[in-house]
Design a protein around this ligand. Structure first.
Ligand SMILES: [Zn+2]
Length: 322
């Protein structure tokens, strides 16, 4: 694998001047130079390339979601230090994490090919951390004692082991898919992320299936946005129908980001609606502890970081051997 000369410039190139690993299907212009420096990537934030809006469409929602989290906790007397509200923090952390990971990935992905792969490993790990955070929150809200139904088929220990197992496997498979299944990688990753999210939010889907979910309307809207996001991403809509016309504004990856964030807004609406409708009132003795909730989330972040580090290390070793 040959490293190209570092470039500080931010001139933009057409697709035929780009190495194949940097090309996006049906995007013909607006590529930043491969092997850009960190500085030129930062400068490209305010210059219109085919990645600029990919960064902003996931960076700006961070402000919105931080505000939602602050509002949620400030509306409750004891805020995030009240044990009743520990279980909701992993979901907010996961949401911020996946938006931030995605913004960083798209901002710096025009650096060397090694950095490009690592950027997207971080992006995939962000989605897996989000799913794991959702899993912790959903189980504690919808299944634990005093919730409206307790017939969800998995115990907390079984759910937690499966959640970690599924999410970490998805993170690993997604990273590997960039190298071994390049032609079908996007479809494999989308399927894997969908399975991961469906499993981790299954406590609410279980209630929905039994017609017992107070926030059913929000849940339907949430998944409709996710289906729209997957459709745009997998079928490359709209650029597939007019290659070159949506290079900078309006291509499928931007719609993918926007629809995902809108789905996440509905997810928060759904959870906050159900907090009032069916939140379990924990006794101090059986309340989920700080360690079980936020501690699990920290462990999820650490394990995902470990997978990203191992994949990046393998990549660097492979590059040295080439
Ligand atoms: Zn993205």
């Amino acid at each position: 694998m040959t490293e190209m000369r570092k470039s500080n410039s931010i001139s933009y190139l057409p697709v035929h001047q780009m190495p194949t690993q940097y090309r996006e299907p049906y995007i013909l212009t607006g590529y930043r130079e491969p092997c850009s420096t960190c500085k030129s990537c930062l400068r490209s934030l305010i210059r219109a390339s085919n990645e600029t809006l990919n960064v902003w469409t996931h960076f700006l929602p961070i402000i919105y979601f931080l505000n939602r989290a602050i509002q949620f906790y400030s509306n409750n007397d004891s805020g995030c230090f009240e044990f009743q509200y520990y279980p909701f923090m992993p979901n907010y952390i996961g949401i911020i994490f996946y938006h931030l990971a995605s913004s960083i990935a798209h901002l710096f992905c025009s650096m060397s090919i090694k950095y490009r792969h690592t950027c997207f490993y971080i992006d995939y790990s962000g989605i897996c951390i989000y799913a794991m955070g959702a899993g912790i929150t959903y189980y504690n809200l919808y299944v634990l004692p005093n919730a409206p139904t307790n017939n969800y088929p998995l115990s907390q220990i079984a759910f937690t082991i499966l959640s970690f197992g599924v999410s970490l496997s998805v993170c690993l498979v997604s990273c590997i898919s960039r190298h071994y299944w390049r032609s079908t990688g996007a479809v494999i990753r989308t399927g894997a992320f969908a399975i991961n999210l469906i499993f981790n939010t299954s406590p609410s889907l279980w209630l929905f299936w039994q017609n017992q979910l107070p926030s059913a309307t929000h849940l339907v809207r949430q998944w409709s946005w996710y289906v729209a996001a997957i459709t745009a991403y997998v079928f490359k809509i709209p650029e597939k129908f007019a290659p070159g016309k949506f290079d900078v504004i309006g291509h499928s990856h931007q719609w993918f980001h926007v629809f995902l964030s809108l789905g996440t807004v509905e997810q928060i609406n759904s959870l906050e609606f159900d907090v009032n409708a069916c939140r379990p009132k924990y006794m101090p003795s059986d309340a989920p502890s700080f360690f079980i909730t936020i501690g699990s989330m920290m462990l999820a972040i650490l394990l995902n970081a470990l997978i990203v580090s191992i994949c990046s290390y393998k990549l660097a070793r492979h590059a040295k051997m080439d």
